[in-house]
Ligand binder design. Structure first.
Ligand SMILES: Cc1cc2nc3c(=O)[nH]c(=O)nc-3n(C[C@H](O)[C@H](O)[C@H](O)COP(=O)(O)OP(=O)(O)OC[C@H]3O[C@@H](n4cnc5c(N)ncnc54)[C@H](O)[C@@H]3O)c2cc1C
Ligand code: FES
Length: 305
């Protein structure tokens, strides 16, 4: 697909919009494997000689200078279809070789992606409310999920956490206060466009609630007449955050779906690099599941953290 725009959202985070003639159907929760380098062979690459029974002689630039050979998994933050084109949104933070390269991709550049991959968030038919809890780069899949909540007619609130205001990868709606007491408001444009109010939490208190995003979630759940019957919680972000969210939900009998992130090489069930431990009927009481094909979305009660 082609880069339509690639702009900085906040400190270290970028918003990438890709466009193309077509792309298979996608759903919130799914991700793509993005090739973070110019497609095709590069200048300086050499053929690797492999002698019979011996090891390959690794001399090419792609092997010796840390070229990001493997594709990088990134969640879909949104999708729009027009009569002729498809647009996909991705929000990413720059953490290493691949994302450093991605931040340099200019308008019209070609980027190769594989997908959609992984399973999807299940939008519950019988619960009228939803909490979408994202931390850092766990926020992007929640934006895509917000569009599905609007379509399904759910009363959803987004809870977004970051270390500080300048690391919150969203656009703040002008003139709308991000309340320090955890009251939802239309403070984040990406959620507001789908009629979803937001609660912002920052670790240092520079915007919204001071503390972890799981705290205002607990307050919101406790304010519902019957949280177990009324609400479903969806979450993606750093593992300690998701674990805290899962525990809050389990204590209150609230259904919770977590989207796990693991290091992924293939993204499609071959390399076994992305296992997570889950409860099972096996003799040991647990078994491994693959985050890329069984997940990334799991029922929180299944996960052994
Ligand atoms: C299903 C899935 C969805 C994801 N969605 C997003 C997204 O929407 N936006 C986003 O910014 N990131 C997302 N990530 C994480 C993203 O894939 C990594 O940040 C990226 O691959 C890093 O590539 P790099 O070459 O820049 O960094 P590398 O040079 O490969 O690594 C730099 C640092 O990041 C750490 N790292 C790399 N991959 C991961 C990972 N999967 N989980 C935790 N730490 C990692 C490494 O340990 C290292 O410390 C997602 C990961 C998964 C598995
Ligand atoms: S990433 Fe290869 S099996 Fe999951």
């Amino acid at each position: 697909m082609k880069v339509l725009s690639n702009r900085q959202l906040c400190r270290g985070h970028y918003f990438l919009r890709l466009g193309g003639r077509k792309f298979p159907e996608t759903k919130p929760g799914q991700f793509v494997q993005l090739q973070c380098r110019v497609p095709g062979p590069q200048a300086g690459w050499t053929e690797v000689a492999v002698s019979d029974g011996g090891w390959p002689e690794l001399t090419g630039r792609e092997l010796t200078q840390g070229e990001p050979i493997l594709r990088r998994p990134l969640s879909l933050a949104g999708r729009r279809d027009t009569e002729f084109d498809v647009e996909l949104d991705i929000i990413y933070s720059v953490v290493g070789k691949g994302t450093e390269w991605l931040a340099t991709a200019r308008e019209h550049a070609e980027i190769s992606l594989l997908g959609p991959l992984g399973n999807v968030f299940a939008v519950s038919g019988d619960k009228p409310r939803a909490a979408l809890v994202g931390g850092g780069v766990g926020i992007p899949p929640m934006i895509y999920l917000a569009s599905a909540m609007q379509t399904a007619g759910k009363d959803a609130v987004a809870f977004c956490g970051a270390r500080s205001a300048d690391m919150l990868p969203v656009t703040l709606a002008p003139g709308v206060e991000a309340a320090a007491d955890g009251r939802p408001s239309a403070s984040i444009s990406q959620f507001g466009q789908f009629g979803v109010d937001s609660v912002i939490a920052t670790d240092d208190g520079s915007l919204g609630w001071k503390g972890f995003v799981s705290e205002p979630l607990a307050v919101w759940l406790d304010g519902l007449a019957n949280p177990a019957d009324d609400a479903v919680v969806y979450t993606c972000g750093p593992e300690p955050m998701m674990r805290a969210v899962a525990e809050i939900c389990i204590e209150r009998g609230v259904a919770c779906q977590v989207s796990l992130e693991r290091h992924m090489a293939c993204g499609m069930g071959t390399c076994q690099s992305c296992v997570c431990k889950t409860r099972s009927e096996a003799e040991e009481g647990w078994s491994y599941k693959l985050c890329c094909t069984d997940g990334p979305v799991f029922d929180a009660s299944q996960i052994i953290w």
